[in-house]
Design a binder for this molecule. Structure first.
Ligand code: BGC
Length: 767
């Protein structure tokens, strides 16, 4: 009981029983959204322990200097409370039958059915529908139907806009105007405390009795931070009462509202609300479903056929695609993707290396326009990166470990979690010394530009990003007694080891960054002197170039041991080995933190997540196969996969090594991080990067797709249970259809406006 996977062939994730103790799971995994807004799927009726979230991307606010900026939780529009004969509808009282909640990922609609008997014995059938439009980015629409099953009942509905919500206790808004227009249209304004963004929310209800429109008298209530109306109707047995609720939300930060005064925004959004309500729920739902087809399912179709498990594999992949669209701000390049998307308050809406290393591949290969926006965001946030470099005594662009608004700079909190030994909050070092993010950003910009063949991006943003980040690395290197440069005192990708020297991932990526800047410098100097001069004026190339060259030549790069293992840093391999089976087999993560504090973990050979293994596929050709194999075996045995970024990396790597059973097992585990039956895993929001990871397991791992040194390679390795894998890829403006079977591979250029050079199973081919 709980998650129900019997309808996955119809693109439906269902819940077959209601669990008031584990509300967070379905709220997050069944959330709705469109990249502009994210709506957590808390139910219409309220429960203790629920989390109602309406998050608008990019609307960051800093409540107090002791906190970090976060996406504020906007007023709730989803509550629609019902009373049946005076008794409040709630599944934790009375009795119920026939419960089912379904998320249709093809259409982006959430529905719920239940037959409820009130404690006093009145029986009603209830059905709920809800959607966030993918076409009208500000719109939310809901529908509730009450069917009177036995004796006549009085139904009361209370619904409105409720700004009595917080971010786990922090109130980000000052109260604004509240109004009823024409005794029908509800409007509420609220303004963020520090960032001064005004949110305008509107709602209106429409009613019908047995399909015939119905006007209902209202009882209007305006109170502190809330505005709502009560509607009452009498039903006879067999009657069906329907209440539709249309709502929208807009802010003064929205690009499509730029230049409007607050009163103009109020008027405009109210008109938009009326237009949506006139269209009606069904038409809005169809319009949005059509947009889902156009933007996602037709643009990036994937098919897997094989044994019975392959149906779930395909659903998991589509579920990942669904969520990767919910979190994607296609409409605005001033914002990025939070580590929990827009499905919860976890990680405060901040973006991490998750974007470039885990999510960007999906967007680059399926929706390059959107991918470009994500990288433009990094360019636009250079002011924050410069600020961070200066604050730390470095030059160039030092990207924040956690990013929010463009000029915020570092937004990583200083403390998080509890130290099991001292009972104090744990200091988070990532914002200070997890520095590989700077090279990851440069790598992302290069990957995007290469895969999309986007020269315009490189000229406007990419070259500068890659050079400015190289300048940071050149200023960051520390000369050692051995005559080499070292990068000391960092946190690598594996966050269980802090203050390490020469983290392999960091050093190799920094070296890549320096070399890429050098190559572009040398190329532009002759190929595009005008652009070269512009960059020179901006970045003082003549001064920094010799430092890049010196840095790249002398940077220490950890080398494999005699056993072929790449040391992830200068001390990991000397750590104490402990039996990790307990932690590796737990249904929840970070169990080890209940037995050891971070200081103790530092001295153990235990990894939270993939570290140098990520290198093995980003810079695949820099490491011989035997090093990858030996390192994989060594590190996997020591990794507890406490980060959702870990399993997919191991899976792709295993597929590359031809260890398909292992790769498939890891992929299945990765695909269950949010989708699986474990109830406590997604409370703070879904795991955005793990969805990118699931796509990478399939397309990079089993599909064998990789961009290496600017070239496309496809070399499928299907797992035993799969007969076929079909997908499309965008490569330099050409759309390719790839069909891989156990013994055949077909790649077709569907666009046909330019030749495509691709290495297919080792053979260079022109399409
Ligand atoms: C991981 C990081 C990741 C962050 C956000 C942390 O737990 O260790 O690698 O960037 O979560 O997803």
């Amino acid at each position: 009981m709980g998650m129900d996977y019997s309808k996955i062939d119809r693109w439906i994730l269902a819940e077959d029983s209601f669990d008031p103790v584990h509300l967070g799971k379905c709220e997050a995994v069944m959330s709705l959204g469109n990249g502009y807004l994210g709506l957590r799927s808390a139910t219409e009726e309220k429960y203790l322990g629920e989390t109602r979230n309406l998050l608008i991307n990019g609307t960051f606010d800093l409540f107090d200097s002791s906190e970090v900026t976060e996406l504020p939780n906007a007023a709730d529009v989803t509550a629609m409370e019902l009373w049946i004969d005076g008794e409040r509808f709630s599944l934790d009282q009375g009795g119920y039958a026939g419960y089912s909640r379904e998320l249709n990922i093809h259409t982006g609609e959430l529905t719920r059915q239940v037959e409820w008997t009130s404690p006093g014995g009145s029986r009603v059938g209830l059905s709920f529908r809800r959607m966030v439009s993918l076409k009208r980015l500000h719109d939310i629409a809901m529908e509730v139907t009450v069917i009177c099953l036995d004796r006549p009942v009085t139904v009361k509905l209370r619904s409105g806009i409720d700004a009595r919500v917080t971010n786990t206790g922090t109130q980000h808004f000052t109260e604004g105007e509240k109004r009823f227009y024409e005794k029908k249209y509800i409007q509420l304004l609220e303004t963020t405390l520090q960032s001064d963004i005004t949110f305008v929310l509107n709602a209106v209800h429409r009613f019908a009795l047995n399909g015939v429109p119905l006007e209902l008298e209202t009882d209007v209530n305006i109170d502190r931070r809330v505005i709502y109306a009560d509607y009452t109707v009498e039903l006879k047995p067999g009657d069906a009462f329907t209440a539709e609720k249309y709502a929208n939300v807009s802010t003064t930060r929205d690009l499509d509202c730029a230049g409007l005064s607050v009163p103009q925004l109020q008027a405009r959004t109210l008109e938009a609300l009326k237009a949506s309500a006139d269209l009606g729920y069904q038409a809005l739902a169809e319009e949005s479903a059509a947009q889902w087809r156009l933007e996602v399912w037709e643009k990036a179709p994937i098919e897997i056929s094989g044994d019975k498990n392959s149906r779930m594999d395909l659903f998991a992949l589509r579920f990942a695609q669904y969520h990767m669209r919910l979190m994607l701000p296609r409409h605005d390049n001033r914002m990025n993707i939070g580590a929990k998307g827009l499905s919860g308050e976890g990680y405060k809406g901040h973006c991490f290396w998750d974007t470039e290393i885990f999510l960007l591949p999906y967007y680059m290969f399926t929706d390059p326009e959107a991918a470009r926006k994500l990288e433009e965001y990094r360019y636009l946030s250079l002011p924050g990166a410069h600020k961070k470099a200066q604050d730390n005594g470095y030059q160039g662009a030092m990207f924040p470990w956690e990013s929010a608004w463009l000029d915020d700079g570092e937004t990583c909190p200083l403390y998080m979690g509890t130290d099991i030994l001292t009972g104090t909050p744990i200091k988070v070092w990532s914002g200070i010394i997890e520095q590989h993010i700077t090279a990851d950003v440069a790598f992302g910009a290069w990957q995007y530009a290469t895969i999309a063949g986007d020269q315009d991006f490189l000229e406007r943003y990419g070259y500068e990003l890659i050079m400015d980040t190289a300048t940071f690395w050149a200023s960051r290197l520390e000369p050692g007694e051995d005559g080499r440069y070292h990068i000391n005192d960092v946190v690598g990708p594996d966050e269980y080891h802090e203050h390490v020297n020469d983290n392999a991932f960091t050093n190799y990526m920094a070296c890549w960054n320096l070399n890429k800047a050098i190559a572009y410098h040398d190329h532009l100097k002759t190929a595009d002197p005008a652009l070269f001069q512009r960059l020179d004026e901006k970045l003082s190339l003549s001064q920094v170039y010799p430092k890049w060259v010196d840095g790249a030549a002398r940077l220490y790069l950890p080398q494999p041991t005699a056993e072929g293992i790449l040391p992830m840093d200068d001390r990991f391999m000397d750590g104490e080995e402990i039996d990790l089976s307990k932690y590796k087999n737990q249904e929840f993560v970070a169990g080890i933190m209940k037995d050891y504090n971070l200081d103790q973990i530092q001295r153990l050979q235990v990894c939270k997540q993939a570290d140098c293994l990520v290198l093995f596929y980003l810079l695949e050709d820099q490491f011989p196969p035997e090093v990858k194999r030996a390192s994989w075996a060594y590190y996997e045995a020591r990794t507890v996969h406490d980060s959702s970024l870990s399993l997919s990396t191991h899976s792709v790597q295993a597929a590359d090594m031809g260890e398909l059973e292992m790769a498939y097992d890891l992929f299945r585990r990765a695909s269950m991080i949010d989708l699986g039956p474990y109830m406590g895993t997604s409370d703070a929001g879904i795991h955005a990067a793990s969805f990118g990871g699931v796509w990478q397991c399939v397309i990079y791992g089993f599909g064998g797709v990789r961009m290496l040194n600017g070239k496309l390679r496809i070399q499928p390795n299907l797992p035993c249970g799969w007969d076929r894998l079909d997908f499309t890829l965008m490569w330099k403006g050409q759309r390719l259809r790839v069909s891989a079977a156990k013994d055949s591979l077909t790649v077709e250029n569907l666009t046909k406006t330019a030749p495509v050079f691709v290495t297919l199973n080792g053979v260079e081919t022109e399409l």
